[in-house]
Every structure is written in structure tokens, then in C-alpha cells.
Design a protein around this ligand. Structure first.
Ligand SMILES: [Mn+2]
Length: 355
């Protein structure tokens, strides 16, 4: 079990606090201040390693080493960025990193229309309103999301958004097939380097798993993940199976995906979402009955397959008046972990008792 941590001075949650969540062995980290496309500096990597290890945490999982837009666009300039990416893989391997999470979503990482939508119990959570998204100008949404006075939002870094209108222009003629080709090119370059360094690359699915603002999106469902894994048939090329991202589409059965792709999932994001008939969805607590995703069956599928990868609760609601980065409060993620452990430990005991 691992827990995402944004770094010293960049996270309201401390490593002391994470230490008190039962069963958390590592932090999921990144150098959030290195601009996308640049090679990560070794001194900063070592700084995080030393800090985490001082608290007894491993740094096995990095999320994310972001992919420069020129790579996704397939521009001639991509090769330099791919070279930087390879060097970062080698450096991370040298300090013991085992898994690198990344995504291949054009322009935006995840998208929501409301970061603090109130649930029935008075807690708030990330919310996606389909009708609003269909109408809103992307620039306006960017200001609503990124102009958060207290916290920077992962995936919505200012430097990434500064060239937004140019980026939209650049993607105008990029089809889904182009994006597949550009991903294929990237994978063929980096997977051999990852393999040589014993790092498992784990692509995160698109969130939400459909096209937004007319941008192409491809890591969206079982069939596409099947196609993705075949692009480069190598165990070091895998998926960060995110039940919340894929779960926003009720046609996605995540537990079935776990059963099919088990040996290609080094990293699991496990969280629940409640999907409404009109296409809206909101992030909920982890309990199966609180949302539309069968968390029990997902954990069961991992257990059946003897999952030995890394898992994190991904997001949580904002509860008990906690002031936090949207989705990344301490309390609800800790509750989520205890729910996951509850299922896992029960399955473990049942298995032993039957043996
Ligand atoms: Mn996720």
C-alpha cells in the first residue's frame, strides 16, 4: 500500500501523519517543480529519497513523469524530449524506483467541472457535470480549476496551461489513430530502456475515459487497453489500472479488466465514483455501496490473481472540514485504505482457512 505525497512544503499532509495510516509502506512521489519534458535533476531525486527513507517509506513508485506535448503530437522535436525521458528513467532506477506512472492525455490530465461539490452528508468531492462541460469554454474551465488560491493542482500546472490556445490549435488535426501512432513511437523508444533498468512503465487511463473538448483520447476501455498492451508486448509495459477513471463509464467492468490484464498491472488506483443517468459523476467514499464501482469485486480480482504490485486509494472526499488539495485530503484516503485492507485481509484469512 502506498500513498501519494506531493513533497516537503508542497503538501499539507506530513509524512508523520502518513506513517500512522496502517500498512502504508511507501510514498508515491514526483518532482512537481521540474517542467514537463526536462530531465529530472539527480540532487532533487536524492533529496526526496533521503527524506522518505528517514520516515521509513520506500520511493518505489513515481507518479508521474509527464510526457511532453510534442511527443503526443508527434512533432519532430519529440526526440529530444524522449531522450530526456530515458535519462530520467535511468536516474530513477539508480535510486531504486520500480514503477513509473504516466499518462498520454492531450493537453489536460484529469478534468472535472467542480472541485468541491457537496454530497448528501455535507462532505465535498470532485464532480463532473456533463452538460456544463459540453457548454463551457475550455479557457474558462482552466481558470476555475487552476486558480486555486491555496494549492497547485497536479496536471494543471501553470506552465502547461500557458500555451493552451496554441495547443488546441496544434491538436486540431490529430486523430485518435495519430495519437495511437505517437504513443507507439514513444513506447518503442522507452520500454527497452525501462526493461534494461527493471522499471515497469504504467500508463494511467484517461480521466474521464472519453474525448473532452474534441481532443482525442484512447486509453478508455478494455478493448483499447488490450490494443495498448499489444503495441509493445513486454512485461515492463503495463497499466496503472485506475478504477475511478475507468469507472466513470458504467460500461467498464474494472474487475474483469483486473482478471484479464493482471500480470500487466504494476500499480492499482482504487477508488469509487457514483455515475448518474445523465452522464454526470462524483467521487465518493470507497465503500462499494456508496458508488457505482464494485470495489469489493475489484479487490477480490487482485487477490485471486496474487497481486504483488502497488496500490493506492487514489482520491478521497474532503471531510471533517479538512483544507486540502482537491481529492488529496488525509482523512478520506486513510478511510479508503482501511476499507481496502478490510476486504483484503478477509479474503486472505478465508483463503488460509480453506487451505
Ligand atoms: Mn487514478
Amino acid at each position: 500500500m502506498v500513498f501519494r505525497w506531493f513533497g516537503e512544503g508542497n503538501d499539507h499532509v506530513s509524512l508523520d501523519q502518513i506513517k500512522q495510516i496502517p500498512g502504508v509502506e511507501g510514498i508515491v512521489w514526483a518532482l512537481h517543480d521540474v517542467p514537463v519534458g526536462e530531465e529530472w535533476p539527480m540532487d532533487k531525486i536524492i533529496e526526496v529519497k533521503n527524506h522518505a527513507e528517514h520516515y521509513g517509506f520506500n520511493i518505489d513508485v513515481v507518479e508521474s513523469v509527464n510526457v511532453h506535448e510534442d511527443i503526443k503530437l508527434g512533432l519532430p522535436t519529440r526526440d529530444q524530449y524522449i531522450e530526456n525521458y530515458k535519462k530520467t528513467i535511468e536516474k530513477l532506477a539508480s535510486v531504486g524506483v520500480k514503477v513509473i506512472c504516466y499518462n498520454f492525455m492531450p493537453v489536460f490530465d484529469w478534468i472535472r467541472t467542480d472541485l468541491y461539490k457537496e454530497l448528501e452528508d455535507g462532505s465535498t468531492a470532485l464532480f463532473y457535470e456533463k452538460a456544463k462541460l459540453d457548454q463551457i469554454d475550455p479557457m474558462e474551465l482552466v481558470h476555475q480549476i487552476a486558480d486555486n488560491p491555496k494549492f497547485t493542482i497536479p496536471g494543471w500546472e501553470p506552465e502547461r496551461l500557458a500555451y493552451l490556445s496554441q495547443l488546441f490549435e496544434a491538436y486540431k488535426h490529430v486523430t485518435e489513430e495519430d495519437l495511437w501512432n505517437n504513443l507507439h513511437y514513444f513506447l518503442e523508444q522507452i520500454i527497452p530502456v525501462a526493461e534494461a533498468n527493471y522499471i515497469r512503465m504504467a500508463i494511467h487511463p484517461d480521466d474521464p475515459p472519453w474525448s473532452v473538448f474534441g481532443l482525442p483520447r484512447i486509453i478508455t476501455n478494455r478493448e483499447n487497453i488490450r490494443r495498448l498492451l499489444k503495441l509493445v508486448d513486454n512485461p515492463y509495459h503495463g497499466v496503472t489500472l485506475c478504477s475511478g477513471s475507468l469507472g466513470a463509464n458504467p460500461n467498464n467492468n474494472i474487475a474483469e479488466m483486473v482478471r484479464e490484464f493482471a500480470d500487466r498491472i504494476p500499480f492499482a488506483h482504487i477508488r469509487n465514483v457514483r455515475v448518474y443517468d445523465n452522464g454526470d459523476f462524483i467521487e465518493t467514499s470507497h465503500r462499494t455501496r456508496d458508488g457505482s464501482v464494485d470495489i469489493y469485486d475489484i479487490v477480490k480480482a487482485y487477490h485471486e490473481n496474487g497481486f504483488t504490485g502497488y496500490a493506492r486509494p487514489d482520491h478521497g472526499r474532503h471531510i471533517w472540514n479538512e483544507e486540502c488539495r482537491p481529492g488529496y485530503g488525509l482523512y478520506d484516503r486513510a478511510l479508503g485504505i482501511m476499507y481496502l485492507w478490510g476486504i483484503w485481509d478477509t479474503l486472505d484469512r478465508l483463503q488460509k482457512e480453506r487451505a
